[in-house]
Design a protein around this ligand. Structure first.
Ligand code: 5GP
Ligand code: MN
Length: 326
């Protein structure tokens, strides 16, 4: 059944020419890897493709850009254009794509490809596989169904999506298929260390300084089962940090012995970005949904349009009142 839908999406791709591939805001390795793999694959097949994300490509993933990827983070670059098909990758709802409503008007068909259990089926075609470790692994299957070429760049993009979403094959979403795809990607010349080095061994010094400050204010609550850590706007300013500089901070809380839920709060100009990571039985996506967000069982996020002190109060109230948390 699932396969039939992916085949149908393949037919839609085959019978159309102009494409816009969109990544969600605050992009991670999976949405970027999925986007670039699909963009390059369609471009090589002679399609007209624009790759878009409202934020620039994070520094960690810039190594994936190449001449076959026509990337822009400026909606004005294509606001006069009409597309046959827009493909949204790795985003569970329309809110993850701020420009979605105008993009909807400029496209005949919307395809939504994702693996989040909170997906809202906002496309004309919705391929949502919650068992897929990453959206990138679905893109790999799609390119294969289409019988389109996979080159080393495409393989690198897919591999990046897989390792960033599985914590380098550690998280519970890692399965037999994950390793099978990774092993097949090796056939295209992937060098695992080279990619790991680009993503994980290339951290700007300021990010480590910022991390040390964030770790300083980490505290445990709820019988030491919940870790909470936050970074204020001022601290971000002090280190001249971008939002992507805090990616991964939430994992430190979860790594603590006995902690079952880690919450990281980043104060931004118009509110606070929340990241949730759980281990054990806490459904992080359910908690994120309380705040209008979403995600996976063990990794989820949300945004609250309130200042940090109020958000901390809201979180404390929520964790003490919801019995599915502890
Ligand atoms: P992160 O904490 O790394 O930003 O996100 C963790 C997971 O939750 C990712 O799969 C991400 O796509 C999802 N997520 C993060 N923020 C939001 C949000 O505001 N809304 C929804 N629906 N999902 C989010
Ligand atoms: Mn993903």
């Amino acid at each position: 059944m699932k396969n039939d839908l992916l085949k149908k999406i393949g037919e839609v791709i085959n019978s159309n020419h102009s494409f816009l591939i969109i990544s969600h805001k605050n992009p991670d390795g999976d949405t970027i890897g999925s986007n670039f793999a699909l963009s390059e694959s369609l471009t090589i097949e002679g399609k007209d493709v624009i790759s878009y994300c409202e934020n620039d490509v994070p520094e960690d993933f810039k190594f994936l850009l190449n001449e076959n990827i026509n990337f822009t983070n400026k909606v004005e670059d294509f606001s006069n254009k009409k597309f046959d098909v827009t493909i949204a990758v790795d985003g569970s709802d329309k809110k993850r794509f701020s420009e979605f409503d105008s993009i909807r008007l400029s496209s005949k068909i919307i395809i939504n490809i994702d693996h989040h259990k909170t997906n809202e089926y906002f496309g004309d075609y919705n391929y949502v596989d919650v068992d897929a470790c990453s959206t990138a692994s679905i893109i790999y299957d799609l390119i294969n169904i289409l019988n389109f070429k996979i080159n080393l760049n495409i393989a690198k993009s897919i591999y990046t999506g897989i390792i960033t979403d599985t914590g380098s094959f550690r998280y519970s979403n890692t399965n037999k298929r994950t390793f099978k795809i990774a092993s097949e990607l090796m056939e295209y010349g992937i060098n695992a260390w080279e990619i790991a080095e680009k993503i994980y061994e290339n951290i700007p010094y300021k990010r480590i300084r910022l991390l040390s400050e964030a770790l300083n204010n980490l505290y445990l609550t709820a019988n030491n089962k919940i870790a909470i850590m936050s970074v204020t706007k001022n601290t971000l300013k002090k280190y001249n940090a971008t939002y992507e500089d805090t990616d991964g901070f939430v994992n430190y809380g979860r790594s603590i012995k006995g902690v079952e839920l880690s919450i990281f709060i980043r104060e931004e100009d118009n509110g606070c970005k929340l990241s949730f990571r759980s281990k054990g039985n806490i459904d992080a996506s359910k908690l994120a949904e309380e705040f209008g967000g979403g995600g996976h069982f063990n990794a989820a996020g949300a945004f609250i349009e309130k200042p940090l002190d109020e958000v901390l109060k809201i979180i404390n109230n929520t964790i003490s009142s919801k019995n599915y948390i502890l």
